[in-house]
Design a protein around this ligand. Structure first.
Ligand SMILES: Nc1nc2c(c(=O)[nH]1)N[C@H]1C(S)=C(S)[C@@H](COP(=O)(O)OP(=O)(O)OC[C@H]3O[C@@H](n4cnc5c(=O)[nH]c(N)nc54)[C@H](O)[C@@H]3O)O[C@H]1N2
Ligand SMILES: Nc1nc2c(c(=O)[nH]1)N[C@H]1C(S)=C(S)[C@@H](COP(=O)(O)OP(=O)(O)OC[C@H]3O[C@@H](n4cnc5c(=O)[nH]c(N)nc54)[C@H](O)[C@@H]3O)O[C@H]1N2
Ligand code: SF4
Ligand SMILES: [Mo]
Length: 710
């Protein structure tokens, strides 16, 4: 200790942590702790992706941990459901109530009457997606299929190029042609932007394909506005042009792809003229894009999650995933496709999920059907009478909001919610449980945006009686009388199980080394040399890019979710044409002529931070952006409150009038809370539960509405 440190009465330490959110950037955080209290968080300046910066969603994280609104004690409901009136109880009483109620409901209806609802409020390997799975499998509860995010894209991607990490995002500095397809990078993948900007400075052309001229589109060299849900028409027509003009890489195609002749025949019908009609993009632009993409090396495509959110989302990703092999882009450093590099992380998921605890044949309900399952609109042998929500806020993030609210109001439904705050969902709980924040818990993070593992060391003691999700399920397991060893493992022991440390990608990385450094790059070739498929080697059955997909041919539609690769619950799906083909957007209505998109907000992370003061100031009220011509036709002025509605529901938002959106398209970012919205409803009031073509993906972009002044 230096003399200066001696003199300060408040010893200051810095703790290495990780942003816990469901975000591709997975930032390494440095937490300043003074006198046992976290006073600041900062991005680690040495981390090659974080580069010293945290985003607006997280840079005041101590305000979240010390928020006066935080749930700090277990509580039970004392008013009508939905009103949010609760009174403090002990953990013992909470656990005893949950265990006895679960047992009573199970005795009456069978174990499937209990349904967990969870997603990615926390992305840690310990406290995130799989934290409750072992418990609910052991209980025999309904299995919830969680396909909110990229499962359609993952299914399509895996069926085409296999579960490959793809292009190292750091290699993009070497790219010369960068297509950002359906991603608002500057809002949703902020730390990728400096890398793209660097490539742009070095001469790369940046193309952005998006119906909205957002922050990222404005920084691109070429923004191509496209009619929502028609991207596959563009991708298929690009292949048409590339093949017709002989711009494909014959050698690469011969060595490393499957089904070229059939693909060539298939795309003959998808002319630029046809695609122009579908997409609203001029024929010449389609040709130019195809030619530039095929003839500029290295070329890379970044696909955003929103690409999957319409009737033909899966086939769209199939076509896009064919493009890099067709033009031989994979030969080059910085060439190929960037989807989710999480496939490079050898996470030991089975150690957390414990599939062997499952009762074979247990029923599966997809979370998009939550409203229907709760209101009896789904044909269920066993009714859902007990619900446990953690890491999720379905009242904001799930479609058919009105049905979910109606379901949660059911007097015979017993609902447990664990969260940091009294969310729109938590207001309906019978029992509320307080969860710790990232500053108060152990975790370790994989990333779906880069090749770094990050350790999260707790910086401070938990506030109140909040507990990590790991501890929550240890307590629940004890209350239920489960004596399996797994339910006694400490967080330290779980950390040891988190990764397959013996995998080649983990060579040189240990928990001990991570305790020193906080984070480490997976043991892969460096970004200046990484060419994962220069010599083919795709993790598909054939080892090739499969234009004709053997997986889809053999299995039909299936679900590859983010964390389990091929879902254990796989049932033979409906047959799927194994060659890429076009599926037009599904919704079409004269009554509801406007196509609604609900992408991510800038200042919230999904619904998280949606009720924090600073973030609410930045994001402002719930808005809907509408083209001047559509606004004028409806008598709408800037700043008017308008109702956005269809036969599923309605919400009220402030109108923003802008040529950012094309005529016929309206945009309302998701993440605002109902409690802060006029009329109490938000964008998922109008969204459908309907699945896209592959992987049970959502169809949030395939939604038609009308907008009227209120
Ligand atoms: N209309 C529309 N809907 C969408 C989307 C869209 O683009 N448009 N996007 C979809 C996508 S891609 C996603 S990923 C989902 C996201 O859906 P969710 O993962 O459900 O979203 P979040 O709002 O991030 O997190 C939910 C809750 O988890 C809580 N939480 C955070 N950490 C912890 C913890 O450690 N313990 C406990 N018990 N709780 C915790 C948070 O406080 C928050 O209330 O939304 C989907 N819904
Ligand atoms: N600020 C912020 N960052 C986040 C999140 C957040 O809530 N807020 N959430 C995180 C999560 S869970 C995820 S999944 C990612 C998602 O991040 P992104 O992949 O960027 O996804 P979105 O923001 O949903 O949509 C991106 C863009 O897709 C466009 N889009 C919608 N439909 C279509 C279409 O049919 N075709 C085309 N070409 N474009 C379309 C929208 O206009 C939008 O600009 O962001 C992560 N990062
Ligand atoms: S939300 Fe994303 S960009 Fe923001 S600090 Fe976390 S990982 Fe980084
Ligand atoms: Mo997501």
């Amino acid at each position: 200790m230096t003399a200066l440190d001696d003199l300060t009465l408040t010893p200051t330490t810095t703790v290495r942590a990780a942003c816990p959110h469901d975000c591709p950037d997975t930032c390494a955080m440095l937490v300043t702790v003074e006198d046992g209290r976290a006073t600041n968080v900062a991005g680690d300046p040495d981390h090659p992706i974080t580069r010293g910066g945290l985003c607006v969603k997280v840079n005041n994280y101590p305000d979240k941990t010390y928020s006066p609104d935080r749930l700090l004690y277990p509580m039970k409901r004392v008013g009508p459901k939905g009103l949010g009136r609760f009174e403090r109880i002990s953990w013992d009483e909470a656990l005893e109530t949950i265990a006895s109620t679960f047992k009573a409901k199970i005795a009456e209806h069978g174990a499937e009457t209990v349904m967990p609802v969870s997603y990615l409020g926390n992305q840690g390997i310990l406290n995130g997606l799989s934290v409750g799975d072992a418990f609910f499998h052991r209980l025999g509860a309904t299995i919830t299929e969680r396909t909110y995010c990229d499962s359609g894209a993952c299914t399509a991607y895996a069926s085409t190029v296999g579960a490959t990490a793809g292009v190292d995002p750091e290699s993009i500095v070497h790219s010369k042609y960068i297509i950002i397809w359906a991603s608002n990078t500057i809002s949703t993948n902020l730390h990728l932007w400096p890398i793209i900007a660097e490539a742009q400075k070095r001469g790369a052309k940046v193309v952005c394909i998006d119906p909205v001229r957002h922050k990222t589109a404005r920084r691109a060299d070429w923004h191509i506005p496209i009619r929502p849900g028609t991207d596959n028409a563009l991708a298929l027509a690009m292949m048409h042009v590339i093949i017709a003009e002989g711009l494909h890489d014959e050698d690469y195609v011969r060595e490393h792809t499957l089904g070229f002749d059939e693909l060539a025949e298939r795309v003959q019908q998808y002319t630029p003229e046809w695609a122009s009609e579908e997409t609203g993009i001029p024929v010449e632009d389609i040709r130019t894009l195809a030619r530039e993409y095929a003839t500029t090396d290295p070329s890379m495509i970044r696909i955003g999650v929103a690409i999957e959110r319409h009737a033909g989302g899966g086939q769209t990703v199939r076509s896009i995933a064919c493009l890099p092999a067709l033009v031989g882009a994979w030969r080059h450093v910085g060439g190929g496709l960037l989807q989710l590099p999480l496939w490079a992380h050898p996470v030991n998921w089975p150690a957390f999920i414990h599939p062997e605890f499952r009762t074979p044949g247990t029923r599966v309900i997809n979370q998009f059907l939550l409203g229907r399952a709760l209101t009896g609109e789904m044909d269920l042998d066993t009714p859902v009478t007990a619900l446990m929500v953690y890491n999720s806020n379905p009242m904001v993030v799930a479609p058919e909001q009105e049905k979910i609210a109606r379901g949660l109001e059911r007097e015979d439904l017993f609902t447990v919610v664990s969260d940091h705050f009294m969310t729109d969902t938590a207001r309906y709980a019978d029992i509320l449980l307080p969860a710790t924040t990232a500053l108060e818990q152990h975790d370790i993070m994989f990333s779906w945006g880069h090749f770094y593992v990050t350790l999260n060391t707790p910086a401070v003691e938990p506030e109140g009686e909040s507990v990590p999700n790991t501890e929550l399920f240890r307590r629940l397991a004890a209350a239920m009388g489960f004596d399996d060893e797994y339910f006694t493992l400490s967080d330290e022991q779980l950390l040891e199980q988190s990764y397959d440390w013996s995998a080649p990608a983990m060579e040189g990385i240990t928990l001990e080394s991570l305790r020193e450094t906080g984070w480490a790059r997976l043991n892969l070739p460096g970004p200046d040399e990484y060419r994962p498929h220069a010599e083919g080697g795709f993790p598909t059955p054939s080892g090739k890019t499969e234009f004709r997909s053997s997986a889809l041919e053999a299995m039909g539609n299936f679900v590859v979710n983010l964390f389990r690769q091929l879902s254990d619950d796989h049932q033979p799906g409906t047959p799927v044409d194994p060659l890429p083909h076009y599926i037009a957007p599904r919704e079409n209505s004269e009554l509801y002529p406007l196509n609604l998109l609900s992408p991510k907000s800038h200042a919230y992370i999904n619904s998280s931070a949606g009720d924090q003061a600073m973030q609410k100031r930045v994001q402002g009220e719930q808005t809907v952006t509408i083209h001047p011509a559509d606004a004028q036709a409806r008598g709408i002025d800037e700043g008017n409150y308008v109702a956005v509605s269809n036969d599923r529901g309605r919400f009220v938002a402030l109108a923003k009038i802008s040529e950012e959106v094309a005529p016929g398209v309206v945009v309302c970012p998701m993440g605002s809370w109902g409690k802060n919205a006029k009329e109490g409803t938000t964008v998922n009031a109008v969204n459908p539960f309907v699945f896209a073509d592959l992987g049970n993906a959502p169809t949030f972009s395939d939604t038609r509405v009308e907008v009227t002044p209120v």
